[in-house]
Ligand binder design. Structure first.
Ligand SMILES: Nc1ncnc2c1ncn2[C@@H]1O[C@H](COP(=O)(O)OP(=O)(O)OP(=O)(O)O)[C@@H](O)[C@H]1O
Ligand SMILES: N[C@@H](CCO)C(=O)O
Length: 321
């Protein structure tokens, strides 16, 4: 369970009094997630999500994340909406952390996505990219390629405690992506963490997107690579090209890819796999004592990276031209 910060009943009641959402009837720590402390909040006005922003979220970035949710929601994307305090603020402080209340979204995430889910995610990702086009705030990707060498450095000495050769494989992959990383792909606002746990469905139809706390400005196609990694691999480590094709076709039904984006797909997938392998590895080696959190497996992304190191072109992912 991701609850890093405990909140006393008194602190919570005082915090909620600054909103026009009635009294707290119940509050419950949420079992999913690894980044922030999340609570399901039941008040006289219904259900809400209370988030206390933890280590990786810089307070200065919160107006970007909360503003983006409002911006894309106004353009037809179903996502949580920040709730305003009676004085109009979307951000406050609780138990020493920056904190916000957002609307609760109906739906459930899928554990084993099918090709139909992948198609829906592709469409939703492209719609999000379109909706973000005129978002006025900017946030560079703090976990882009320039952030990977320090992550590797932080973990390399102990990487082989997790799996033999892991540090060396990561170093080779890093050198490869540094050599081939594309310079001038179409840019925009990307979600950057659209994993299955951040997409809700009702009756197999996509009902909403959550967790905008890695959103930033980057290459739009990099967001596709993150999704191919997160949605289109099987539990045995194989890439499911039918799911890849579905995701890419869903995306292109809304926003067709340029030739440069198609050509860059393999290296973007390698980079995206390396990014999540490295952040998972650093977290795996540094679980805060006393935190109720289950770190995610870096080796899942080591296996995905191995697949991508052997993939040569976009057709390996199901994209036909
Ligand atoms: N607005 C919402 N409506 C309903 N449930 C939500 C909402 N926001 C979050 N949740 C629930 O809380 C869980 C954790 O939320 P979230 O993914 O934002 O946390 P996180 O710590 O940032 O996780 P992650 O590891 O994905 O980065 C989600 O998987 C979902 O079950
Ligand atoms: N989605 C990320 C965790 C949130 O950063 C992962 O699976 O590694």
């Amino acid at each position: 369970m991701a609850v890093y910060t405990e909140v006393s009943d008194e602190e919570l009641a005082a915090f909620v009094r600054s909103y026009a959402i009635g009294r707290v009837l119940a509050v419950k720590g949420i079992a999913e997630g690894v980044e922030n402390s999340n609570f399901l909040l039941h008040t006289d006005s219904g259900f809400f999500l209370l988030t206390l922003y933890e280590k990786r979220v810089a307070e200065a970035d919160l107006p970007f994340f909360l503003g983006l949710m409002e911006h894309v929601a106004a353009r037809g994307i179903t996502c949580p909406l920040p709730v305003k305090t009676v004085s109009g603020a979307t951000l406050g402080r609780l138990a020493g952390r920056p904190a916000a209340i957002v609307t609760f979204l109906d739906g459930v995430s899928v554990r084993r996505p099918a090709a139909g889910h992948c198609a829906e995610v592709g469409r939703a990702l492209a719609a999000l990219h379109r909706a973000g086009t005129d978002f006025p705030l900017r946030r560079p990707n703090a976990l882009s390629i320039t952030a990977w060498p320090p992550l590797l450095q932080a973990a390399q000495g102990r990487a082989d405690e997790v799996a033999r050769g892991l540090g060396e494989r990561a170093a080779l992959a890093l050198a490869d992506v540094q050599q081939h990383w594309p310079a001038r792909l179409p840019q925009g606002v990307v979600h950057a963490d659209l994993f299955p746990d951040n997409v809700f469905f009702i009756d197999d139809r996509l009902s909403g997107l959550i967790d905008f706390y890695f959103a930033c400005n980057d290459a739009l196609a990099y967001d596709i690579a993150i999704c191919l990694n997160a949605w289109c691999f099987e539990t045995d480590g194989s890439f499911n090209v039918t799911k890849g094709r579905a995701l890419l076709a869903g995306y292109e039904a809304v926003r067709p890819l340029s030739t440069a984006e198609v050509d860059a797909l393999p290296v973007l997938c390698r980079g995206a796999a390396l990014r999540f392998m490295l952040t998972r590895l650093v977290d795996w080696l540094n679980v805060p004592s006393g935190a109720l959190v289950k770190p995610k497996d870096p080796l899942e992304y080591d296996r995905k990276l191995a697949f991508h190191m052997g993939a040569a072109c976009a057709s390996d992912y199901g994209l036909m031209r």
